[in-house]
Write a new protein. Structure first.
Length: 736
């Protein structure tokens, strides 16, 4: 209400044109195209910042989902191992009268205690991680922009509600995961459980059920794909065919061997998502809007496809290792023993491999983005500088910037062209969209300038969109510079020298704008112009026209903005310092375009580094999972170890066998993640308007692979050594 009352006063003081006034009523919209309103531009800025914060928050939610999925897979794996270890005990319990529901509750109660403790600990760890992320963001921003690190850190806050929500979410996710796993393991045969006999292969009834599920899945996929067009949903467009492929695999499993059905399914999914023109760069989704959830879903689907293709062909993969042990008796038995267990425990191996693959897929993709940005820096600067080196801005408008600079003896030999602009503030309303853009800057150069001094014939700024009347950027500029033309170009800029990049709404090509300004005598003038192109001006947001239109319509004959192109071989930073020194009396400020764009690349890479560090949490989960599985595997196979020792296996052979087994699982997950990450990196580089060149960051990939494998090996080394030290007699008599 205070703002509305203030607007009433401001309208009375400023006497806005009819139909253009500040908002005075909560129920009546206003056109705040006046010099000053109680809320207008500031509200737009606040809303834009809020929307940017939401997008960043959503990105972290998506990245967190990867870690959560890895944790869920780890929990499932642990409880399945626990059930295998207690299989005889559960069979005896069922034999003496325990019901399946009671067995489920027994596991659920045990798991719930773990879940509650882990969720409580996770809340406090999460607070620390959140503060560390905010500190990293603040450090990056304060190193480039005039933003205080202390101010950023002061924004750190949490409430009892948010902590309880985090605790409850973690507890419920774990609880339902444990509940599903407990229900699944409770469905055992009593006799086979007591005697610890493996479950027999699935019967025809199971595959008949899968046939029905497959048909249902295919139908859902078709419906999802049909709904994608009207909804303009990229995710539905791509996930629909995936559901059809997966459903087809379930149907085929009823009639052919599992290996054929699910290998084909996995390969088909990999082809659909791995070929960029069929997935990420599919022409049918280029006009759709989508966010990071598409890449999360795509990563999950690709990992699923790779796991199916690999796990049903482990025998073929194992044959690749034959050259390593053929003709070496000791190594032959070690390799065959090490590779047999992951092949027999297919689900357990698949879950562990999936944890590694999913996290490594995302980390490698981010590494590709950082590497390709660095490689494209020169190209990025060339494309986004407009062909210029320095931007100048004076405190007061001047009409002879070019002659002053070129006549300066310190600069005459260092500058090849100066492009001055006349500029003024105008109130802008999009009549076509009925949208108020408030006060915007309008600039105009001399269309009759010669050679490199002519902005309209020499600038290299990208024209992102133009009306159908024009085919090329040159056609658009010819229309703008034609004598008496009312055609203009709207420029949008993403570079903000006072803060992070910003995204702003723009008119559409072809829209009619009503622009309002004041003549030097104070008379308010209004006229209409047509937007014929939308230009990525990088540093500038507003209207680009000619100095003739500004002079004839609003009496503007001077300006404060200018572009400078330095001579070949001259350092733009040196020229920038000379300009500020020699024209200090004009209050000239300069911006070296290459330096600013380089800083933005650096900031972007620093942010990507934060994301990589955040995703490392998922890698920790995967490595911890491998370590836990290795420990339980030793306990579970203690008698097998005793038998191997009794028939002649030495300690070093047991140690080598366990290390090879864990290395096999870890490297399989790492390789799948790296290959899929490379594929997505290629898709991003070759996507329309990416501006990136595909290049493999060999050093980064080597560091990622060595880091992940090294930690995995260190985590499992202790359990492997413990297995090697077990005395044969003790292992054969062992009963936990």
């Amino acid at each position: 209400m205070v703002g509305l009352a203030a607007n009433q006063t401001l309208n009375g003081l400023q006497s806005p044109p009819p139909g253009y006034a500040c908002k005075e009523s909560a129920t009546v919209p206003g056109n705040s195209t006046t010099i000053l309103c109680a809320y207008g531009a500031k509200l737009t800025t606040v809303n834009g910042a809020t929307e940017g914060a939401k997008q960043l928050s959503n990105l972290f939610v998506v990245l967190s989902t990867i870690t959560i999925i890895a944790g869920v897979v780890l929990i499932i794996n642990m409880f399945i191992m626990l059930a295998e270890e207690r299989k005889s005990e559960m069979g005896m319990g069922r034999a003496v009268g325990m019901k399946r529901s009671q067995l489920t509750k027994l596991f659920l109660y045990e798991g719930s205690l773990y879940a509650a403790g882990a969720a409580l600990l996770g809340v406090f760890v999460g607070i620390g991680i959140a503060y560390a992320i905010l500190y990293a963001f603040g450090t990056i921003l304060s190193s480039v922009f005039p933003v205080s690190l202390a101010v950023v850190l002061d924004s750190f806050t949490y409430s009892p509600t948010s902590l309880f929500t985090a605790f409850a979410t973690g507890l419920l996710i774990t609880y339902f995961t444990i509940f599903f796993t407990s229900w699944r393991v409770s469905k055992l045969n009593i006799i086979r459980a007591i005697r610890n006999i493996p479950e027999p292969p699935r019967g025809i009834r199971t595959y008949t059920v899968l046939l029905g599920v497959g048909i249902f899945t295919m139908a859902i996929g078709v419906l999802v794909y049909m709904a994608a067009g009207p909804a303009k949903s990229a995710l539905e467009t791509l996930i629909g065919p995936t559901l059809v492929i997966f459903g087809t695999g379930l149907v085929l499993s009823r009639f052919v061997k599992n290996r054929i059905a699910f290998t084909g399914t996995g390969i088909a999914i990999l082809l659909q998502w791995g070929i960029p023109s069929l997935s990420w760069n599919n022409p049918s989704i280029q006009s759709y809007t989508y966010g990071p959830e598409l890449f999360l879903t795509g990563g999950l689907v690709m990992v699923l496809g790779a796991i199916m293709a690999v796990m049903y062909n482990t025998a073929s993969i194992n044959r690749l290792f034959r050259p390593l042990y053929n003709g070496r008796r000791g190594m032959t038995v070690v390799f065959k023993t090490a590779l047999s267990y992951p092949s027999n425990r297919r689900f357990r191996t698949a879950a562990t491999v999936a944890m590694f693959a999913l996290v490594l897929f995302t980390v490698v993709t981010i590494a590709f983005l950082a590497s390709m940005q660095t490689a494209a820096l020169d190209k990025y600067v060339k494309e986004n500088s407009g062909g210029y080196d320095i931007i100048t801005d004076t405190t007061l408008p001047i009409s002879d910037l070019a002659s002053r600079v070129l006549s300066d003896p310190n600069l005459a030999s260092k500058v090849s062209a100066v492009l001055p602009f006349n500029d003024t503030g105008l109130l802008v309303k999009d009549v076509t969209m009925q949208h108020d853009f408030g006060q915007q800057i309008a600039i105009g150069a001399d269309p009759n300038a010669v050679g490199a001094a002519n902005f309209y014939t020499t600038n290299t700024f990208k024209m992102q969109n133009m009306t159908s009347d024009y085919k090329t950027t040159a056609d658009v500029w010819n229309a703008v510079t034609r004598a008496g033309s009312s055609k203009v170009v709207w420029s949008f800029g993403f570079v903000n020298v006072r803060g992070p990049p910003r995204a702003e709404m723009t008119p559409n090509a072809g829209d009619t704008l009503q622009i309002i300004g004041q003549l030097p005598n104070g008379t308010v003038v209004s006229r209409q112009v047509t937007v014929v192109g939308i230009m990525n001006g990088v540093f500038f947001t507003g209207i680009v026209t000619t100095n003739q239109l500004l002079r004839d319509s609003f009496g503007v004959v001077a300006g404060s903005l200018g572009f400078v192109k330095v001579a070949g071989g001259v350092d733009p930073t040196v020229v920038s310092n000379d300009l500020k020194h020699d024209f200090a009396r004009l209050g000239m400020q300069t911006t070296v375009i290459a330096v600013v764009l380089g800083q933005f690349i650096q900031v972007g890479q620093s942010f990507l580094g934060i994301f990589e560090g955040f995703l490392a949490l998922g890698l920790v989960v995967g490595i911890a999972g491998l370590g836990i599985i290795a420990i339980r595997s030793v306990a579970e196979r203690r008698k097998e170890i005793g038998i191997l020792r009794a028939i002649g296996f030495r300690r070093r052979m047991i140690l080598a066998s366990f290390l090879l087994e864990n290395s096999y699982v870890a490297l399989l997950g790492i390789m799948i993640g790296v290959v899929l990450g490379v594929d997505l990196g290629y898709a991003i580089a070759t996507s329309p308007n990416s501006g990136l060149t595909f290049a493999i960051p060999w050093l980064s990939l080597a560091e990622i692979i060595l880091f992940a494998y090294g930690l995995a090996l260190l985590t499992t080394l202790s359990s492997a050594r413990r297995a090697a030290k077990i005395p044969p007699a003790e292992a054969l008599r062992y009963a936990e």
